[in-house]
Design a protein around this ligand. Structure first.
Ligand SMILES: [Mn+2]
Length: 470
């Protein structure tokens, strides 16, 4: 899911590449420890660990993207600060709310992190509202997720038969098809699709189920707080709507003005899209086309769902009174090259949903519109779905649901500008939030993929599309 700092990612990348290589620092505890000083794991944690334990912790961190060593030593049942804004605690909810199935998807997740997700779901969802928990294992290779997990499941089910179901993929299907597998196994009228590294906060379920009961075409996201990947402390996040940039990476947005005018922090926040985890009426989800199962691995499915729901007559809300803490991992475990999957999935969204604005996604990824060389697979079924549901245009969506998204018109060209005489001289787009390209010297030849160089011209003029190089 979405790091709060997603918007500064690119600026940070640039900074990293411009910075001269660091000279290895001196370890606090002598020469043996210099290798540890580079890991962000030990910036705020683990100073008192022995070198051997540090080594174990570092290995687990590299594997999981969070502090699995610490997680294994924390209680599964742990208290959590009630982070709901004022006004949430004295709302009363109907007694006849629908039941929910909670789906957790994972691949090679730390067992203690999964079990803590399950524990918090059981402890903080009223038991008459929680029908079942579904675990989707996307073909993990990690052994502790086999027998030990089965033991836990059969122990729990011995008290409550059939309460936890396990779905195991025989080959890795990626996050998107894993969520759909979980949905297929669910039987409650409402399905909550989550990562397996979360902790549910008190009172999360009632507001969500009430909003869906009132209108089954609402897809609901809770408000997310962060579980720090190193210390596992819970870090309160500001209330946000959820959106995306033109590469279709998720981002948190300031709630719309109309929400601020209400002066009621417990009111639902209308949101252009979803950042990944959401709760939905089980049958409505099928009617509007689930997720795009032609997408691979990770990314873009949340944006596609957001656009589709709005364009095809539903709505999306983030609820301030429903809070869930989620571990923002330092790195994702799915694959080495997440970006190429996000790009492919983004182009599928562009082709099916974005009409004349699809060029914006191609530009953002610095990919030519024709002959991009990227195989996006078959999108005919998704196009047929759009037609069948008689969905509105993307322009309608942008103007009405996502007005803060910048539109580009009169583009003359985009792509990479290369200096054929001096190839260590790079021209970069500069920071995202202004329009000032920057020129700088690179250590060697400009690395185009890393720098994401592109120029977006706004003046009318010659057609220079053929000069795009990649
Ligand atoms: Mn996640």
């Amino acid at each position: 899911m979405c790091p709060l700092a997603a918007t500064v990612r690119r600026i940070f990348m640039l900074f990293v590449f411009l910075r001269p290589p660091e000279t290895p620092g001196r370890g606090d505890e002598g020469q043996a420890d210099t290798s540890f000083s580079d890991s962000s794991l030990f910036a705020h944690w683990g100073q008192d660990l022995s070198p051997d334990n540090r080594r174990v912790a570092l290995k687990m961190f590299q594997y999981y993207g969070y502090n699995g060593y610490l997680s294994d030593r924390l209680p599964l049942d742990r208290p959590m600060p009630d982070l709901r804004p004022d006004g949430c605690r004295n709302i009363t909810y109907p007694l006849n709310l629908p039941q929910v199935s909670i789906v957790f998807i994972f691949v090679n997740e730390a067992l203690s992190v999964i079990l803590r997700s399950i524990r918090s779901a059981i402890n903080r969802t009223p038991s008459h509202l929680l029908k079942e928990i579904i675990l989707v294992d996307d073909n993990s290779s990690n052994n502790e997720l086999k027998e030990k997990l089965e033991d836990f499941v059969s122990q729990t089910n011995s008290q409550r038969p059939g309460f936890i179901k396990v779905v195991r993929h025989l080959k890795q299907e990626g996050l998107i098809r894993s969520r759909v597998s979980g949905w297929r196994a669910a039987t409650a009228p409402v399905v909550a699709l989550f990562d397996a590294h979360v902790e549910f906060n008190i009172g999360w379920a009632e507001p969500v189920l009430q909003r869906i009961q009132e209108d089954r075409t609402r897809i609901i996201s809770p408000s997310f707080d962060n579980i720090k990947y190193d210390t596992f402390e819970i870090d309160e996040y500001p209330l946000s709507a959820q959106g995306f940039d033109w590469e279709l990476w998720c981002r948190y947005l300031n709630p719309p003005k109309s929400w601020w005018y209400k002066g009621n922090k417990s009111a639902p926040i209308q949101s252009p899209a979803l950042i990944g985890c959401f709760v939905v009426d089980r049958l409505y989800f099928e009617e509007i086309g689930l997720l795009d199962e032609g997408m691979e691995v990770y990314g873009g499915e949340n944006v596609e769902l957001g656009i589709r729901v709005w364009q095809c007559g539903g709505s999306i809300e983030v609820l301030p009174c429903a809070r869930i803490a989620h571990i923002e991992r330092a790195h994702k475990p799915y694959t080495e090259d997440l970006t190429s999957h996000v790009r492919r999935n983004a182009l599928r969204v562009a082709e099916v949903w974005m009409d004349e604005f699809k060029s914006h996604v191609y530009m953002a990824w610095n990919v030519p519109m024709e002959d991009s060389g990227i195989d996006i697979g078959d999108v005919s079924e998704r196009k047929a779905l759009r037609k069948r549901l008689q969905c509105k245009t993307f322009r309608w969506y942008l103007v009405n649901m996502y007005p803060e998204m910048r539109m580009y018109s009169d583009t003359v060209a985009y792509g990479v500008m290369k200096n054929s005489l001096k190839n260590d001289l790079c021209l970069d787009q500069g920071p995202d939030n202004d329009n000032v390209p920057i020129l700088y010297l690179f250590q060697a030849e400009c690395v185009i993929d890393l720098c994401k160089q592109r120029i977006w011209e706004k003046k009318n003029g010659v057609d220079v599309n053929r000069r795009i190089s990649k």
